[in-house]
Design a protein around this ligand. Structure first.
Ligand code: EPU
Length: 417
């Protein structure tokens, strides 16, 4: 597997262009299953998870073509209702085919995604919701088997805010008979982006961007051509790198309104942040001040930015507390950061961090996408060389991350296995 080698100590400067959002592209590409015709999408990031999605759709009998960052999907030939274990185990988000398959083919057989390194990640709320819409849902030999001659609108309450759960049920409900109300829905920009695309396809979704979504079922949806929204987590990761290295980075083609909690917290650490339409400029301060962070569903502070901010706090002045409320095991970066000299103590879902003067380069690895990104950030400010192994996880979610950092002045390179 490839490695990324970072020589720390450079202050990053320049401009970086943000790619399309992975977590918006995945449900949106999958929503093409609902359409008997050809949809086109631009600004799709070229990532391992997009490759997995293409394979997943092709396996269902759908025609998929990608050219640079444009994807064309024609689900007229959709004829298979099974998402096998080999595909689902590579990407948990594959479970998103469940709702659209039942809506369009009246049945689905989808491998149950296992837990992953950040938590158990059950899908009970996806299944409970689908059953409430009238589907028969069974677990058979590690697979979810769901079927319904007709899906019927229902009132569904999510016990926990779930991003892909909301997306899965939205996609099932748009073709259901009657009205569905989803309460305590996720409000993440990626959920909003999916709902906007579904409405463009002819769906009737009201309350977009709020926690109560009202869906009036329609008979069919029509093809669309849309652009994928910018990746707020990629933007946030580059913002953190400017703060961390005392740099000055213009983050272009991003959506500042999706990053309010991150901008707010980063300002409190001492960064100077200016915003101009779709550009965020972050100038790192002379010193980094300690702040406390608690991850929350949107518009709260994103769990997908927690690891990157922990690196920042590792070299901040003072003591900080980071509480992770979304995933029960999302501190896998901590042991690696400690090997680089960070002073972090964990108690349950809380990390207590005492800032140190300097991190030291080391060989490291992580089994989670955002944790891996945090190790690159740590490498950027550590002394000597940091070798980030298992780059596979980074390639799942960051488009050309080492090239983008190198263009900002980082001493970073990929070593092919
Ligand atoms: N949960 C349940 N039951 C369910 C569904 C979720 O208990 O049926 C719990 C989860 O265990 C977790 C919480 O609800 O404790 C929130 O999980 P959620 O379902 O919102 O997460 P997800 O939809 O599986 C998406 C993103 C993640 C991101 C989370 C939280 C995609 C493809 N993935 O996951 O992104 O961290 O929302 O914002 O959209 C990443 O990009 O690195 C990543 C992990």
């Amino acid at each position: 597997m490839d490695k990324i080698i970072v020589e720390g100590g450079q202050s990053l400067r320049g401009e970086v262009k943000i790619s399309g959002a992975k977590n918006a592209a995945l449900p949106i590409l999958i929503s093409s299953l609902l359409v008997d015709g050809s949809c086109t999408y631009s600004n799709v990031p070229d990532l391992k998870d997009i490759e997995s999605t293409k394979k997943l759709l092709a396996n269902l009998g759908v025609r998929v073509a990608m050219n640079n960052n444009a994807v064309k999907i024609d689900a007229a030939g959709l004829n298979n209702y099974e998402a096998p274990y080999e595909l689902v185990r590579k990407m948990r988000a594959s479970i998103l085919v469940l709702g659209p398959l039942v809506a369009r083919l009246k049945k689905a057989r989808v491998s149950l995604p296992g837990g992953c390194s950040i938590g158990a990640r059950p899908i009970n709320l996806h299944l409970k919701g689908l059953a409430a819409l009238g589907a028969k849902v069974d677990l058979v030999h590690g697979y979810v088997e769901a079927s319904a001659d007709t899906l019927r609108g229902a009132e569904i309450y999510f016990d926990t805010v779930t991003v892909t759960g909301t997306e899965n049920l939205l996609m099932a409900a748009v073709l259901a008979e009657g009205i569905t109300i989803l309460r305590n829905s996720a409000r993440e920009p990626e959920v909003v982006a999916l709902a906007d695309v579904l409405n463009k396809m002819g769906a009737k979704i009201e309350g977009i961007g709020t926690s109560v979504l009202k869906i009036t079922g329609v008979d069919s949806l029509k093809p669309v051509a849309v652009s994928i929204i910018p990746d707020r987590i990629e933007a946030g990761t580059f913002m953190a790198s400017a703060a961390l290295t005392g740099g000055d980075i213009k983050i272009v083609d991003c959506e500042p309104t999706h990053l309010e909690s991150v901008i707010h917290k980063l300002r409190l650490t001492g960064s100077d942040i200016t915003i101009e339409s779709n550009i965020i400029r972050v100038k790192g301060g002379d010193k980094i001040s300690s702040i406390d962070i608690k991850t929350m569903p949107y518009p709260g502070f994103p769990t997908d930015m927690q690891a990157q901010f922990m690196v920042l706090m590792s070299v901040a002045k003072g003591f900080s507390v980071i509480t992770e409320t979304i995933f029960e095991n999302r501190f896998i970066h901590v042991s690696e950061l400690k090997r680089m000299g960070a002073d972090i103590k964990i108690s349950g879902n809380t990390a207590m961090i005492t800032g140190v003067e300097k991190l030291m380069g080391a060989p490291v690895m992580a089994t989670d996408l955002r944790a891996s990104a945090s190790l690159i950030l740590a490498g950027l400010v550590a002394s000597d060389t940091t070798e980030v192994n298992r780059v596979y996880h980074l390639d799942r979610g960051y488009e050309a991350i080492e090239k983008k950092f190198a263009a900002l002045g980082a001493k970073i390179k990929r070593v092919k296995a």
